[in-house]
Every structure is written in structure tokens, then in C-alpha cells.
Design a protein around this ligand. Structure first.
Ligand code: PLP
Length: 402
């Protein structure tokens, strides 16, 4: 009989979302007319901006004409989008359009990059962080990994490890803590990478939410990063593209690593990988992403980002007023809420679900250092957050939360 990948057995048997769904449907059976407020999922809550909808429709119409026919898209992205990203996102940062590779999502890029790594690489992962990096790493059968803690004592900011790593995955602003690294904190990782000849994989999915002046919006603001870092950015959260799918990897030509002892540029390997395994992002989607970078689309989508951040501020203030230990929400649409009374993440999840009909995300789903926390997504509305705070204030006795 055919044999399957044994590494699947290293993955947790039940997926976080399915456990949440199961618990929710059990509780809903007893509260059929109750409005449940869902702060668990980091998905957009506002409709697509008008400029993006128009670009999608126009592109589809164009494709319906003989002159506008579009077949397979270019594997690395249409030149118009690559050029617009270089100009709009990387002006003054020495990134050229042919160092930008369009994809269908950071999720894909962050897991597909493993194709380029030597199987014996030692890879560092933050804990807590976006779980896809480590899960795909385990699925690929690799073993040498190191967890880099982001704890409350450190302000949830990771420190470069004492041990040697060949690659470090960093997520800043970090999902789930909502905390972003400053210039000097990122500089420490660049220095580490240069000393160890390591690569940094920087997930910047939430860079559009950065408001703190000392937090860079790109790793390439840090001296030395062009020779050690790949950066991923996405239209998912900045432009409401979670359902459309468009993102990009930035791989500077100066970025090198060892292949059979020799130092070689990484971008030709990525190009080869993509040419073999990826067929590009649809024309209307790239036209829509392009529209989102132009002044009208940018103004509309930036307003949406401000709305999500304002929700984060409102929710955080409400929780702090209730004397909760709550972090993030300044440079990202996530709040990281310390569970009261030493409750485990799942115990507090159950409590919020059963007593307040609020759905949070148990922090343990993001790594062992997420135990004792829940994440709240503020891709939400002022009205939902007011209702949530109202329930927390009126339904829950203060002695439970404190
Ligand atoms: N990276 C982080 C940190 C995320 O939180 C998410 C989605 O929630 C992703 C990547 C996925 O991004 P994309 O939609 O571009 O695949």
C-alpha cells in the first residue's frame, strides 16, 4: 500500500478553528436567539473599497475583448504591479521592481520558501507567532528548530537567540501579540544574521497598521538588511484582499546563501521554484491591487485601516478600564489579553464564550508561550466592541476578571 508522509503525525490532531467551531455550535444550541460576537478570526470586516471593485470589473471587461485577452499571467507578476510596489512601498529603500515577486498570499510564500533551504538548516521561530511557519516546517519532515520566546517580561519583543540559527522567521507587527519591533530591536536581528550568515524571513503582513514612529514599515530601512532579509507583504489586510489573494516577496539581488559550499544569490532559485510550482496571480486581481496603490484606492483603503485601528484603541481602552492586562492594538489590529486568575487560554476562551457570548482566539494556538492569553481581532466595528465591553462590564462580576 502507498505510504504517506509520516511528518503529519507531528501536527496537532485537531485544528484550532475546528475546536472553536465545535465549542461554538455546542453553546449556540442553548442560546438560539443570542448574538455571538466573534473576535477570533483575523479576517476583514469591511467591504472592498470602491476603487478596487471598479478595477476588478474593468479588468474582467477588458479580458472579454479581443485586444484585452489575457492568458496565463507572468509567473513573477505583471510589470505594472511590480513597478508600482517598488515606487509606492520601497521608494528610497533601494528595492527594484524585479526584486519583487507577486504571489497569492504571504501564507504561500512563507511556507514555499522552505523549498530553498537545506534539509539540515536550523530554523528559529517566535513563540507565539503565526502558526503556519512552524507547521509547514514540521510537515516538511525537518527537525532542527528553535523557539524564540516573546514573553510579557520582554514586552513580547524577541531577542536574537544565543544559539546559531541558519534562518529566523520574524513577524512584525506580530500576530498574535499585536506588538511591533522598533528600529533598534530589528537592527539587533540584522546584526545577528550578518554575524551568523543567517537569513531573516520577515513577515510584514501588518506593516500598514504601524503608527509608532520608531517602528519601521520595512526591514530594508535597517542597514545591512539587503544582504540578509526576505520581506513578505500582502494586500490581504491593507486592502481587504483576504478573499482575492495577492501578496509579494521581496528578495534583493544582494541576498546570498551557501549552495554546495559556494555563496550564491537566492533570487534565481526562487525564480526557478516559482516557475516550476506556481502559475501567477490573475490579471483582474493584480489590476485591483494596482488600483489600491494609486491615490484614490490608497485613500479608501487607508481609511479602512484607520477604522480597524480605532476599533483596537476602543477595545483596549475598555479592557484597561476594567483593569485587564492587555497589550498590542497600537501597530496592529490585535489585542493580546492576559487571562485572569491564572486561567488557561482554553479555560478563559470557554468562560468568555459561555458567560459573555464572545469568541476569542486561545493564545496557545500560536505556540507554547501563548498559553495564558487570548487574542482578540479588532477587524470589527465600534458597535460590536461597545456591545462586547458592555457584556464584560455588566455580565461578569469584577472579582472574576481581577
Ligand atoms: N502572515 C500573518 C502574520 C498573518 O496573520 C496572516 C493572516 O492572517 C498571513 C500571513 C496570511 O497572509 P495572506 O492572506 O497574504 O496569505
Amino acid at each position: 500500500m502507498a505510504k504517506l508522509n509520516p511528518s503529519f503525525s507531528k501536527l496537532k490532531s485537531e485544528y484550532l478553528f475546528s475546536t472553536i467551531e465545535r465549542k461554538l455550535s455546542d453553546v449556540k444550541k442553548n442560546f438560539t436567539s443570542t448574538r455571538f460576537l466573534n473576535f477570533s478570526i483575523g479576517d476583514i470586516a469591511l467591504p472592498l473599497a470602491p476603487a478596487i471593485v471598479k478595477a476588478l470589473c474593468d479588468a474582467a471587461e477588458e479580458m472579454g475583448t479581443k485586444q484585452g485577452l489575457q492568458g496565463y499571467p507572468p509567473t513573477f507578476g505583471y510589470p505594472f504591479l511590480r513597478a508600482a510596489i517598488a515606487e509606492q512601498e520601497y521608494r528610497g529603500l533601494c528595492i527594484e521592481s524585479d526584486e519583487i515577486y507577486i504571489s497569492d498570499g504571504i501564507n504561500s510564500d512563507a511556507v514555499n520558501i522552505l523549498d530553498l533551504l537545506h534539509p539540515a538548516s536550523q530554523v528559529g521561530f517566535l513563540s507565539p507567532t503565526y502558526p503556519a511557519y512552524l507547521n509547514s516546517y514540521l510537515m516538511s519532515g525537518r527537525k532542527k528548530s528553535l523557539l524564540i520566546p516573546c514573553t510579557e517580561e520582554q514586552g513580547f519583543i524577541p531577542e536574537p537567540p544565543k544559539e546559531h540559527c541558519d534562518v529566523l522567521y520574524l513577524c512584525t507587527p506580530n500576530n498574535p501579540t499585536g506588538v511591533a519591533m522598533t528600529r533598534s530591536q530589528l537592527q539587533a536581528f540584522v546584526t545577528y544574521a550578518l554575524e551568523h550568515e543567517a537569513l531573516l524571513f520577515i513577515d510584514s503582513a501588518y506593516s500598514c497598521f504601524v503608527t509608532s514612529p520608531d517602528v519601521p514599515k520595512s526591514i530594508y530601512e535597517i542597514p545591512g538588511a539587503h544582504t540578509c532579509a526576505i520581506e513578505w507583504k500582502s494586500f490581504s489586510k491593507s486592502h481587504g484582499f483576504t478573499g482575492l489573494r495577492c501578496a509579494y516577496s521581496v528578495i534583493p539581488k544582494t541576498l546570498k546563501a551557501r549552495l554546495q559550499g559556494k555563496k550564491v544569490a537566492i533570487h534565481p532559485l526562487w525564480e526557478k521554484r516559482q516557475a516550476i510550482k506556481f502559475n501567477g496571480v490573475a490579471y483582474p486581481i493584480q489590476k485591483a491591487a494596482y488600483a489600491g496603490l494609486m491615490p484614490e484606492g490608497r485613500a479608501q483603503t487607508e481609511k479602512q485601516v484607520r477604522t480597524y485601528l480605532s476599533c483596537a484603541r476602543q477595545f483596549k481602552k475598555g479592557l484597561l478600564d476594567l483593569e485587564q492586562r492587555c497589550y498590542g492594538g497600537v501597530d496592529a489590529p490585535y489585542l493580546w489579553w492576559k487571562t485572569p486568575k491564572e486561567m488557561s487560554a482554553w479555560q478563559f476562551f470557554d468562560f468568555l464564550l459561555e458567560q459573555c457570548h464572545l469568541i476569542a482566539m486561545p493564545g496557545i494556538g500560536f505556540g507554547p508561550h501563548g498559553e495564558g492569553y487570548v487574542r482578540l481581532s479588532t477587524f470589527s466595528s465600534e458597535e460590536e466592541i461597545s456591545l462586547a465591553l458592555d457584556r464584560l462590564t455588566t455580565k461578569v462580576s469584577p472579582c472574576i476578571l481581577l
